[in-house]
Ligand binder design. Structure first.
Ligand SMILES: Nc1ncnc2c1ncn2[C@@H]1O[C@H](COP(=O)(O)OP(=O)(O)OP(=O)(O)O)[C@@H](O)[C@H]1O
Length: 505
């Protein structure tokens, strides 16, 4: 394989942390190369240097035999390097073609662009209609908009940052076929993911980072997921253990919960029913955008419902707001960590105060007890292994996975009676994900009732006692996880989005 890109001794330091230290490796033409590492290992920083968003302190890059030092993404794109981000930068009120045009330097006339989008989406098996509003698209379809935008520039290297975290299993299949096709045509792919089984299925080579340094390289097909996880963390992992304790009295009762979505292009909840006992974990699956965010808001009290719809420990809390529900023992962690779960510009201490004030008694007689708040924040950082230079850094300076550990840890550390959590291990590495799942199970063991909303089916099957699926705002009846087959799960989730597979016709 001829070499496409070579990195030589790339180093990038931030105050208090060396994000990349002397990183060297090469990517061949058409190679699918995985970049692996724990949260905060430096993966995002590295790809940002390749994409011209971050300038290395030292080191150099060579692209097709020539020195390569992009000073901005437009320059990287000009030289054939494209990137699909974890968070999409799309405008919901514009259609697909208009969104694609916005990302192009010299967009052709709309009619021609629409035709090119159709051609590329057909050629690469990515079903996408250029005339549809982005606001009406599923997460998977939005991702296709970004990918098609990249493909229109005919990239030689395509960087993908955790592309499958928003996808259904069927959408992952579609994406992988596209990536394999691109690779066969000579486009190299640099692929960041925490999902090791996917990496084994897709990638030719892997480079593993730990605390900013390359610690290993391997051929993923020749390694087990467990071996790769252990290379990442440098330790042996233990899977979470579920207890078989009998469940207690009813802790959360949801009756005919209906509520209009407060989110533009959101999904309203329609007559959701379930009952949850102390110590029980209910796993809620579903394709993204089927009411998951709304359910979390309606349970946390941020989205008001009617009296009688939500009972916590037998008390009707249906019409109460978040503070009253928190006082009654319900804590929640939404999916979106920056902005919703955490205020980006505030420090970890301040963010700890925002959610912990009430249940941890951090405000007394109208005064904030800063010493106690600091202890609370420091305790979360320690117990949940949050990698950060300190508790006074702003939330936005943490890597995605470390902020996730902080947000989840903050909620679980408030002696909750009821926990509602959306995508608890989103963007979190294998070791930390196992630790978070274990922490959830420990709280259940201590008597908390837990609602886990997740798109990760393996996660739900691992920790939940009962299972239900959201489908256009409706919840299926709950079923015990034990004895539940994958086909049944598919049927429960089914019908939400018509996943047409465009390949092979
Ligand atoms: N703009 C920044 N300012 C300060 N520190 C930063 C900045 N960007 C990254 N860091 C730090 O650099 C280190 C590497 O972060 P990076 O985001 O590259 O990790 P990552 O491997 O992508 O993690 P994750 O899997 O959690 O997304 C972390 O310790 C992070 O806190």
């Amino acid at each position: 394989m001829t070499e496409l890109l070579r990195l030589e001794g790339l180093t990038k330091a931030y105050p208090g942390v060396v994000a990349n230290s002397d990183v060297s490796f090469a990517i061949g033409t058409g190679e699918v190369h995985a970049l692996l590492g724990e949260n905060g290992a430096g993966k995002s920083t590295l790809v940002k240097m390749i994409y011209g968003l971050v300038k290395p302190d030292t080191g150099r890059m060579v692209l097709r035999g020539q020195p390569y030092a992009p000073d901005r993404p437009a320059e990287a794109r000009r030289q054939g390097v494209a990137m699909v981000f974890q968070h999409f930068s799309l405008f919901e009120a514009l259609d697909v073609a208009e969104n694609v045009a916005l990302g192009m330097e010299n967009p052709p006339p709309m009619r021609e662009l629409a035709a090119r989008i159709r051609a590329v989406s057909e050629e690469y098996g990515l079903p996408l209609d250029p005339d549809r509003m982005v606001g009406d698209l599923s997460a998977g379809e939005r991702q296709r908009v970004e990918i098609v935008r990249c493909l229109l520039q005919d990239p030689k290297l395509l960087i993908m940052d955790e592309p499958t975290s928003v996808l259904t299993p069927q959408e992952v299949e579609i994406l992988f076929r596209t990536l394999r096709q691109l690779s066969a045509e000579g486009t190299a792919i640099l692929y960041i993911s925490h999902k090791l089984e996917e990496i084994r299925a897709l990638c030719d080579e892997a480079t593993i980072l730990r605390r900013g340094k390359v610690v290993a390289t391997c051929t993923p097909r020749e390694r087990s997921a467990r071996e790769m996880a252990e290379l990442m963390v440098g330790a042996v992992l233990t899977p979470p253990a579920k207890s078989a304790k009998p469940k207690g009295e009813v802790a959360l009762e949801v009756r005919d919960l209906s509520a209009a979505s407060p989110i533009p292009f959101g999904t309203s909840l329609k007559q959701v029913n379930f009952t949850l006992r102390k110590g029980e974990v209910l796993g809620i699956a579903g394709v993204a955008g089927n009411g998951q965010d709304e359910l979390l808001l309606a349970l946390s009290g941020e989205l008001k419902s009617d009296p009688g719809m939500v009972r916590i420990a037998g008390r009707d809390m249906g019409a109460t707001g978040p503070q009253a529900r928190r006082a009654a023992g319900l804590v929640s962690a939404p999916e979106e960590r920056l902005g919703h779960a955490a205020a980006p510009d505030m420090s970890l201490v301040e963010n700890a105060l925002l959610s912990g004030a009430l249940r941890k008694g951090l405000v007394r007689n109208g005064f904030i007890d800063w010493a106690a708040t600091e202890d609370f924040a420091a305790g979360i950082v320690k117990d949940f292994d949050v990698r950060t230079p300190g508790t006074h850094v702003a939330a936005r300076a943490l890597s995605g996975g470390n902020l996730q550990k902080f947000v989840v840890g903050r909620e679980l550390s408030q002696s909750p009676e009821v926990i509602v959590i959306n995508q608890p291990t989103w963007g979190v590495d294998a070791a930390a994900a196992a630790a978070i799942r274990q922490a959830i199970l420990d709280r259940a063991e201590a008597g908390a009732a837990v609602v886990v909303i997740s798109q990760d089916l393996d996660e739900l099957l691992e920790i939940a006692d009962d299972f239900a699926a959201l489908n256009e705002g409706r919840l299926t009846p709950t079923r015990p996880v034990e004895g539940l087959g994958i086909e049944e799960i598919g049927l429960m989730m089914g019908g939400a989005h018509d996943m047409e597979v465009a390949h092979g016709h």
